[in-house]
Design a protein around this ligand. Sequence first.
Ligand SMILES: C[S@@+](CC[C@H](N)C(=O)[O-])C[C@H]1O[C@@H](n2cnc3c(N)ncnc32)[C@H](O)[C@@H]1O
Length: 157
Amino acid sequence: MDREAWRRECRRIAEERFDTLFAPTYDRDGAPASPTHRRCVAAVIDRCPPGGRILDAACGTGRFFGMILQAGRQVVGVDQSGGMLTEARAKHPEVTVEKVGLQELTFVAEFDAAICVDAMAKALRAGFQRMVVRGSVWRAAIWTSRRSTPASSMVVT
Ligand SMILES: C[S@@+](CC[C@H](N)C(=O)[O-])C[C@H]1O[C@@H](n2cnc3c(N)ncnc32)[C@H](O)[C@@H]1O
């Protein structure tokens, strides 16, 4: 199998797993947002002007949409799993979501801040800088939340 075919197959499997295995149960059985999660997202929200736009990259079922909306900011979600986005839409039909891979995002200076939670955020660092408004304060929250270890967090400016 050549490299491109291998990459496509990996992606197909990843999408299928989230569409079929995780999407139906993620909100019910997945780890709820921990205090660390919420603290990191709150730090991002605080640095975004009221009414500002936040990109939630790999948003999944939109676990943080409510928190962002309640704080008076707008949110746009992107994810490669149609199944996860279906759950997000059901909870927050008012939020624009798009089925697209992180590696295919073409936004340029469209957001005041961007977050990527429990996904592949490290790969996004350069892309985040392009997607947010030049000169604005922006943060990407990155962390892991394995049940076996205390949640760790890193906020990148
Ligand atoms: C553990 S879930 C986290 C979802 C959400 N950020 C949260 O904190 O609840 C990981 C998400 O990343 C998405 N994902 C993984 N790789 C991706 C990629 N390359 N492009 C877009 N989404 C991706 C999956 O479909 C899944 O919804």
